[in-house]
Design a protein around this ligand. Sequence first.
Ligand code: ADP
Length: 384
Amino acid sequence: MNYFSSDFKLGILGGGQLGKMLLTETRKFDIQTYILDPSDEAPSQFGATKFFRGSLMDFDTVYQFGKMVNLLTIEIENVNLDALDKLEEEGLPVYPSPKTLRLIQNKGCQKDFYVQNNIPTSPHQRYVDLNDLRKSLEKDELEFPFVWKCAQFGYDGNGVKVCRSALDLVKLPNVECIAEEMVPFKNELAVIVVRSVSGEVKTYPVVEMEFHPEANQVEYVICPARIDEKVAQKATEIALKVSQAFNHVGLLAVEMFQTEDDEILVNEVAPRPHNSGHYSIEASYTSQFENHLRAILDLPLGNTNSKVAGIMVNLVGEEGFSGQVIYENIEKIMAIDGVTPHIYGKRETRPFRKMGHVTIVNENMDEARKIAEEVKNSIRVISV
Ligand code: ADP
């Protein structure tokens, strides 16, 4: 199939920042791209060949959108899967497959899948709702502490709570959930695996994530992770095993814990471009977005190695500020060598809202880390 400067149309469900960054690549290759998103402020609306406003969860909207394109991918997991099933049945290539998305959409199903496929993960129990979990506590089948996770629609840590006593349960919603054993980890790692339609596979280097202690959002992503080569190898092997188990096509970001005794446990996966791979735009030979496109179009995959050390700092809305956004001191950080901000295009800031990110590249990792801290301490996402 000829994709380049042709009538071929790629459809993307979701028009957030991930879609926006994918569009940089479809523009580079001159591939027509249609986007569907519910928001009229979607960051992707200007870069697409056509932008459609509509619900990603509505069967008819997703089905009709799919009928206009030649291949469908996603930048968000929460989409109507029945529509994708039907489109796939009718011959439309959909990557990742609705079957994979169904397993991933529900954290309980996802965890069961790891257990069934001998993929190391922390032990878990599934509950139909919070009352069900409480009963399990009463019967001493479950003990504090544990990590509560809502089974569906959580993101960036907002559906996750560490529970140390009954008090921690008070404000939790009465929805389907899982309880996971707490992992005493010394590092959170991620590996992005890219796999094409015909099965060519490559992995990006292991990255290390540092989280904001309160908001549970990633603060720094560091590539390569400053870990032992053996641990990196183990993490890469496990990520490959996960990708194989899903028979995945496209990008799969595998988030993992490195435990105190250097075991690797899979936490969760994202079947799409991921925050932990944003550094690749500046630091890698081929960005994660370009490789996602190559994989789903069954083109040869690009080199996933890094050219330089890369660190990504998330730009999230400062606490106490809501409204028209201002990026305070953006000129100051742009005056530093190797610093590139990405602004997603959301006009309104809110506390902890993901507004953009900054990539720091440097020949030297220690220097990159120092600059990353300077960036973090200088730029502020505030409102007028
Ligand atoms: P989300 O899908 O919202 O990103 P995660 O499952 O990744 O949720 O959990 C968010 C964060 O909570 C993780 O990055 C980690 O810091 C912490 N966490 C999650 N599960 C566990 C666990 N079993 N033990 C310890 N900490 C955990």
